[in-house]
Ligand binder design. Structure first.
Ligand code: SF4
Length: 488
């Protein structure tokens, strides 16, 4: 077999600026804002319609949250149960503490099978650990088979949405990417390709078909892992996932340990919550389930890599464990006014939007500028909590993470110094009145002009217009107009 050309996948998020700077650049991209506003408005309307059909949606949300909480409270036992059931049914279970360990396990498995390429089912967790990059380093081509992932990969781009990674691209841009890039890595796009969705989908289907038929190894994630049966579940819309899960000889699934759900009955709850919340459909078109190896049917060499990568630390964090309930439906992104305007790249991670703003600091800590800025990437309007099918109180978590970021920052930071100065001023009415007099003098000097920068409060003031101080305080006004009455 000739070696397929390596597909250099998306650039990683490493080295991205913190949210305020990245968001400013994203806001200037009017085409992207138009694409996002159109796409999120469409998904929001579809979701609202199908959620409205369910008689007791709130009851389902409560059941989903309770099932996830149960799994998380007994995580060690549930995982052992899952491992025992998977092993009993012919799968090999591997445990990975972090991204490096998981990548090493997968790369070794692929190499041992002599494979030079793999087909991939859309999977957030493999992006989290940058598996494609690790495979490419080992000389293995990793082909994304989900349409949106394919667009991102061929465009050497980064995903910007959990469900629709290429949401920031419109049809004309996708056509250009296909025409420009497909030929270098396989079947070229037809020369007369138009930007009609059906023609674009057909080009992708033909391009991918030869890869499906050739690949010996497939890599997937899992939406759910059912502990009491050892069943892994992938839900998807295009059928590409099912091709990967059934055609190759070897199947390697990388699964975050928080994906475990206790029973098959719980799965029924999630299979109602997930499609309605994510794509606005009553049921997702393809639900694939496999329990180890089925003799003579599908992959006979089945591996499951159970990945921690910060999850047990998040679980041990009383402020954050609720976030591990997330089923990655993306409903919180689609209703978030901040996400709609900035898009996903500004969050500097494969997990964008409101859930990214809490998951990334929980999984990676708040040591970097990017992660420390994320809890502030929200208006705290509460729309994300209303939309979340497993009732994660994202606004409250964000507030708690903000206080953690502030506590960690230096006591000599401009914000800490400003707060200390404010506390000193407010502690004594004479100081407060003197500050008010100084402010009104400043207000008179400004003459109605808006203050756009404040020395020492650069980042804070860049995002806000400081109100012009009034020319007269309330006390001064009272004294002037009620000089015959008590003024204090
Ligand atoms: S936080 Fe909730 S709404 Fe957002 S992706 Fe996760 S499950 Fe969906």
């Amino acid at each position: 077999m000739t070696t397929p050309p390596l597909q250099r996948t998306s650039a990683t998020f490493l080295g991205m600026p913190a949210f305020p700077k990245a968001a400013r650049a994203a806001l200037a991209d009017t085409q992207q804002r138009r694409n996002l506003a159109h796409a999120t408005a469409t998904i929001r309307a579809k979701r609202a319609a199908v959620v409205g059909e369910v008689e007791d949606w709130e009851g389902l949300r409560v059941a989903g949250a309770a099932a996830k909480d149960d799994a998380l409270h007994h995580l060690a036992e549930r995982l052992e149960q899952l491992e025992a059931n998977l092993t009993a049914r012919g799968a090999t279970v591997h445990w990975a503490r972090d991204a490096e360990e998981a990548n090493r396990i997968v790369v070794d498995l692929v190499r041992d099978r002599g494979a030079e390429e793999v087909v991939k089912v859309k999977s957030m967790v493999t992006q989290e650990i940058e598996l494609n990059e690790a495979l490419e380093e080992a000389g293995v081509s990793a082909w994304e088979t989900d349409l949106a992932e394919l667009i991102v990969q061929l465009g050497h781009d980064r995903p910007s949405h959990i469900l629709v990674p290429a949401i920031h691209r419109n049809r004309a841009e996708i056509r250009e990417i296909f025409l420009r890039e497909m030929a270098a890595v396989g079947r070229p796009a037809p020369a007369d390709l138009t930007d009609e969705p059906a023609r674009l989908a057909e080009a992708a289907r033909l391009h991918l078909r030869e890869k499906f038929l050739r690949a010996k190894v497939a890599i997937s994630g899992a939406n759910f892992a059912v502990a009491d049966t050892g069943t892994l579940v992938v839900v998807e819309s295009e059928g590409n996932g099912r091709m990967c899960l059934t055609l190759p000889e070897t199947l390697i699934s990388v699964v975050g340990i928080e994906k475990v759900v206790p029973t098959f009955d719980d799965l029924a709850t999630f299979l109602q919550l997930l499609p309605r919340s994510s794509t606005g459909e009553r049921m997702n078109p393809y639900t694939s389930m496999w329990t180890g190896v089925a003799e003579g049917d599908g992959p006979q060499d089945v591996h499951v890599v159970l990945l921690d990568n910060g999850r047990t630390a998040a679980l041990a964090d009383p402020d954050g464990r609720e976030a591990l309930r997330c089923i990655r439906c993306s409903a919180c992104l689609n209703v978030c006014p901040v996400y709609e305007r900035t898009g996903g790249h500004a969050y500097g991670s494969v997990y964008p939007g409101p859930i990214g703003a809490i998951l990334n600091p929980l999984l990676r800590g708040t040591g970097s500028d990017v992660d420390a800025s994320l809890p502030y990437a929200s208006s705290l309007c509460g729309a994300c909590f209303e939309a979340c099918p497993v009732r994660i109180d994202i606004p409250s978590l964000l507030v708690r993470l903000r206080s953690r970021v502030v506590d960690q920052s230096s006591r000599r930071s401009p914000e800490a110094l400003a707060m200390r100065a404010a506390a000193w001023t407010f502690a004594d009415h004479r100081r407060f009145e003197a500050a008010q007099r100084a402010a009104t003098t400043g207000g008179r000097l400004l003459g109605g002009r808006t203050v756009r920068t404040v020395p020492g409060l650069g980042a804070w003031a860049q995002a806000r217009d400081v109100p012009t101080p009034p020319r007269e305080t309330f006390r001064q006004w009272w004294a002037r107009t009620h000089d015959d009455e008590e003024t204090t």
